[in-house]
Design a protein around this ligand. Structure first.
Ligand code: G4P
Length: 535
């Protein structure tokens, strides 16, 4: 049974900075199949939030079966929606923001990463850094997020861990600083050396890790006698790592330059506790956040937060819309009236919830680092700030560089109104980016995205939720650059280029090929053609 802890011990200090210091807000990033879901479950198991692993998946499955907007997820066996889990661990409140694993939804993940203070990066020991890990890592780096690395699936055959340490450094310029180091090769996992205590933690397999495993601590002498060559090799490797200065360094970790490394097997529960302890001991608590002018708003100032995700129609029985808000300062109390910064209008928070998958609980209060779900948030868009007391505006969340472009048309022109309404809403939710030709009244906007599946979700939802079936025509444009009005004029006279306006006011120039773009850039070095994020 999942316990959601929305209120704390009444005896605890009731001021935002104190509450913030007890909080850790993070996300897990990985390539699909590396073990993110399994690890999430095991975190909940170790935190005592679920009694038995398997509950999250089983529950998610059950929920999905009753939720038609997840139909597509079910058909594809993928996870599109993010969930926010909150649990207590060692007198701390941990907020784990889940991220969709599929690359087509990387923009969604990107927005989640704007709302966390740290990240756990899961690598499959047999595969190392994979495409999606790299892409998400780059976003973390751009945001200077501290990263803890977990080498997962060590119970199975895989690659040499030293080789993976090198790979991290060579490929993504991230220096791994091992906290635990494996004894035995992947597939013949004996346990780990905890480099802080030098103790050997023996690996004992539990049946698919349904319950928290026991961790047996063995002293070095005994470990050497029992583990023989595997032990000597691990000790040698640790000495080697020490020589190259691979000790944990808090400052460079907090700057996102080095990454404490843990080794284990999420499936069989090994190494999970070390990692969760590190989330509490090493990952930073929520800190005062900079506003759009670079001024930090203190944690103890009045409530403020920003929307990082909007999701509609999670429950077909009440078609509504939830805005997820990361609290940045102050004390949030349900029922308080806050200001929606972009419109200047008051926003009532009577329906504040915590959200677990498609399930909701009323939330009465929240503190910096927490996430609240605001129901019926029709006017709240991604990146919008909400505040009480003195005004504040947090920086907007930059959009991802689109790589696919398709023209959308309503199949039935008598449904034009539904089509327009649906496009506007799905755009605001960030399902796709919508581009329009400023110069032509545009009944057929251009959709821009990172992956084909975003378009499928868009089309599916437009048809089923708004009653406007659409026809999508993929175009040959492949790459976009941000431009200005002056360059736009010139680009409009250039073949193989289209200039369109995005809803956030950005002018995007679309090119049919990277080569064509390169040619234009070299012919006209003075033109404004800026790269977009995560290319
Ligand atoms: P994801 O969310 O990152 O996509 O990965 P997920 O946790 O779903 O794990 C992908 C597969 O890898 C699952 O197997 C899971 O059981 C397995 N796995 C995760 N961690 C470990 C580990 O430490 N060791 C081993 N040996 N396997 C691990 P599956 O067969 O796809 O699903 P299932 O039938 O086990 O649920």
């Amino acid at each position: 049974m999942l316990q959601r802890t929305t209120t704390l011990d009444p005896a605890s200090p009731r001021e935002p900075a104190g509450e913030a210091s007890r909080r850790r807000t993070f996300a897990i990033i990985s390539h699909p199949d590396a073990g993110k879901t399994t690890l999430t479950e095991k975190f909940l198991l170790y935190a005592g939030a679920v009694a038995e692993a398997g509950a999250v998946k089983a529950r998610a499955g059950r929920r999905r079966a009753t939720s038609d907007w997840m139909e597509l997820e079910q058909q594809r066996g993928i996870s599109i929606t993010s969930t926010v889990l909150q649990f207590r661990y060692r007198d701390h409140v941990v907020n784990l923001l889940d991220t969709p694993g599929h690359r087509d939804f990387s923009e969604d993940t990107y927005r989640v990463l704007a709302a966390v203070d740290a990240v756990v990066m899961v690598l499959d020991v047999a595969k190392g850094i994979e495409a999606q890990t790299r892409k998400l890592f780059e976003v973390c780096r751009a945001r200077q997020l501290p990263i803890l690395t977990f080498l997962n699936k060590y119970d199975r055959p895989g690659r040499d861990p030293l080789e993976l340490v090198d790979e991290l450094e060579d490929q993504i310029d991230l220096r791994a600083t091992p906290v635990t180091w494996p004894v035995g090769i992947p597939g013949d996992f004996r346990g780990v050396i905890d480099l802080r205590s030098r103790a050997f933690v023996r690996y004992t397999r539990t049946a698919r890790g349904a319950t928290a495993g026991s961790e047996q601590l063995v002293d070095a002498e005994q470990a050497a006698a029992q583990e023989g060559d595997a032990w000597s090799r691990a000790v040698e490797e640790c000495a080697l790592l020490e020589e190259v200065g691979a000790g944990v360094d808090l400052k460079s970790f907090l700057a996102g330059e080095t990454s404490p490394l843990f080794v284990g097997s999420a499936l069989t529960n090994f190494g999970v506790r070390h990692l969760l302890d590190a989330v509490v001991d090493l990952a930073p608590p929520p800190a005062p956040r900079s506003d759009a002018h670079g001024t930090r708003r203190g944690l103890d100032e009045a409530f403020s937060g920003f929307v990082f995700k909007v999701q509609a129609n999670m429950d077909p029985s009440h078609r509504d819309r939830v805005a997820f808000v990361r609290v940045c300062s102050g004390h949030f109390e349900r029922g308080m009236t806050v200001v929606h910064e972009p419109s200047g209008r008051p926003f009532a928070t009577k329906y504040a919830t915590s959200v677990f998958g498609a399930e909701r609980d009323t939330i009465d209060e929240a503190w910096p680092g927490d996430v609240i779900g605001l129901v019926n948030a029709a006017d709240l868009g991604i990146g919008d700030t909400l505040y009480a007391g003195s005004p504040v505006r947090y920086p907007s969340i930059p959009r991802f560089a689109p790589e696919l472009f398709a023209v959308a048309r309503a199949r039935d022109s008598s449904r034009a109104k539904q089509f327009r309404r649906g496009v506007a809403q799905l755009e605001q939710e960030g399902v796709v980016q919508v581009l329009r030709d400023e110069q032509a009244g545009d009944p057929a906007p251009m959709l821009a995205g990172v992956g084909q599946m975003q378009f499928e979700v868009f089309a599916h939802r437009l048809e089923h939720e708004f009653g406007a079936a659409i026809e999508l025509t993929l175009t040959t444009y492949k790459v976009a650059r941000r431009t200005d009005t002056e360059t736009a004029e010139r680009l409009r006279r250039t073949s193989g280029v289209r200039v369109l306006l995005r809803t956030d006011g950005a002018l995007l120039a679309l090119f049919e090929s990277p080569n064509w773009l390169a040619r234009i850039e070299s012919d006209h070095p003075d033109w404004t053609l800026e790269r977009l994020i995560a290319e």
